[in-house]
Design a protein around this ligand. Structure first.
Ligand SMILES: Cc1cc2nc3c(=O)[nH]c(=O)nc-3n(C[C@H](O)[C@H](O)[C@H](O)COP(=O)(O)OP(=O)(O)OC[C@H]3O[C@@H](n4cnc5c(N)ncnc54)[C@H](O)[C@@H]3O)c2cc1C
Length: 437
């Protein structure tokens, strides 16, 4: 039995068995016990890649590059290849991922199955918009090549389909041209949430990438203050970027018995960070520093101690975003459970492809909370109520506790999606949000 790592400790999660696939064979479904859950690289914070009955199929073994057309910027690889591995090949050839999440340690299959988004959603949409084709292997051995035009119904169900429609064996994606590995970035402090909406709107028109960090030590008239980070790929080819150093990796060595994040340290960190000098006039950094700051602190999650932490991420449609995001922040601040890493971003108008894709036009807030047990879970239920009332939804990739009602209200196409679920596939998440645990 392989050890399965979970970000949020789910009580009594007894993994019966887990197997690795390292070639693309349907034998895997003949030899093992259903229901099957696919596990990419386990970078989801919740239970979408976990299973407490049947078999977990670890797809990291599907790790071969298949094709790289560096004239057209089209990259094809098996689904267990990570974004880090792809970047190591494409960046030296002047290409970049058109969409990347905040970690490069995710697999192609995982990026498709959660239809992940990046800091440039307002310009280019989500990962699924740049998928050219993939192959889906069903548990009965059927293989389906899916593109936006061929088997498009399976294409739309599998993008954001949480690994439930079958095993994605390979994926072909469209890349973006770059001149060098550098990002030109600026940052701007805003005094409260009202100021954020104005600033962000103005900056989004100009910059490819934009995301805000929120200071949860602030309250009342300063509620929602923070720093807006913007960036774009550096234009010049001649700049001596070899002199610009990539950041060094450090590691958090042990898991302390208790969380180092408590109200005191959290508020102190937030205040300090808000007041640090900002690079308003711009600076050049290596892409790693801009996109993946957490990847350079190996085992950063250990800072939360043995009880771990929860993530909470929701999206609120634009028409109700200003009010609902304010209410959510107020609720969190009044509960005295601030968040250490809080990110606010506006999703653009490009409609998601997937029937269960998370992104929709509106504001998304992602928060980390130390696990204080019932107290934290109760707060999340209250946040859910605000989200649902505002016609928003909670992100499955970051969730291990949303209710059946919250899921169904947030994802009204769940019934259309159900038709595409492989009868032998399921996950802890899927059983939970269908009331079948
Ligand atoms: C530090 C950090 C930052 C992050 N930032 C962002 C962000 O900015 N934006 C964002 O959208 N997400 C973000 N995430 C979440 C992460 O991008 C997603 O959870 C991603 O899907 C994880 O991919 P994975 O390969 O680890 O897959 P897993 O977490 O193992 O699995 C994710 C889903 O994909 C399915 N799956 C995996 N491989 C296959 C396959 N071959 N075939 C079929 N289904 C498969 C699984 O069944 C599961 O449903 C972040 C996570 C971390 C840890």
């Amino acid at each position: 039995m392989n050890q399965i790592y979970s970000w949020n400790r789910i009580p009594n999660l007894n993994i019966e068995s887990s197997i690795k696939v390292n070639d693309i064979t349907s034998e895997v479904f003949k030899k093992n016990i259903a229901p099957y859950t696919i596990y990419g690289n386990g970078r989801s914070y919740g239970d979408v890649c976990l299973n407490n009955v049947g078999t977990i199929i670890q797809a990291r073994g599907l790790n071969k590059f298949i094709d790289f057309n560096d004239k057209e910027g089209i990259f094809t690889a098996e689904a267990g290849v990570t974004l880090e591995e792809i970047l190591s090949v494409i960046v030296p050839k002047g290409w970049f991922l058109t969409v990347t999440p905040g970690t490069k340690f995710v697999t192609l299959g995982g990026a498709v199955a959660n239809d992940v988004h990046g800091k440039n959603h307002h310009k280019v949409g989500s990962f699924g918009h740049h998928v050219i084709a993939f192959e889906l292997l069903k548990s009965d051995g059927t293989r389906i090549i899916c593109t936006p035009h061929d088997n498009s119904e399976y294409f739309n169900a599998t993008i954001g389909g949480l690994g439930l429609t079958g095993l994605i064996t390979w994926v072909s994606i469209k890349l973006t041209r770059i001149n060098n590995p550098l990002i030109w970035t600026s940052s701007y402090r805003f005094q409260n949430l009202d100021e954020f909406w104005y600033l962000n709107k103005a900056m989004e028109d100009i910059w490819e990438y934009s995301v805000a960090w929120i200071d949860f030590s602030a309250n009342k008239r300063s509620l929602g203050r923070g720093i807006l980070y913007v960036g774009q790929h550096a234009a010049t080819q001649s700049f001596p970027y070899k002199n610009i150093k990539n950041s060094r990796k450090i590691s958090f060595p042990v898991t302390p018995p208790f969380s180092l994040i408590n109200q005191l340290s959290l508020f102190a960190f937030n205040k300090l960070y808000y007041n640090k000098p900002t690079a308003t006039f711009g600076k050049l950094v290596y892409y790693d520093q801009f996109f993946y700051p957490l990847d350079n602190i190996l085992n950063w999650n250990r800072i939360y101690g043995k009880k771990g932490f929860f993530q909470y991420q929701c999206v609120i449609p634009m028409h109700s975003a200003q009010y609902a995001i304010y209410e959510i922040m107020k609720k969190i601040r009044n509960s005295n459970q601030g968040s250490f890493l809080s990110v606010l971003k506006v999703f653009g108008e490009k409609e998601s492809i997937g029937l269960l894709s998370f992104p929709k036009h509106g504001a998304t807030l992602a928060l980390d909370f130390p696990n204080l047990g019932e107290k934290t879970l109760k707060l999340f239920q209250e946040l859910d109520s605000i989200v649902l009332e505002a016609s928003g939804r909670v992100y499955p990739a970051k969730d291990c506790r949303m209710s059946v009602e919250t899921f169904r209200a947030g994802y009204p196409l769940w019934r259309s999606f159900e038709k595409f679920v492989d009868p032998q596939f399921s996950s802890y998440f899927w059983r939970r949000v269908n009331g079948n645990l």
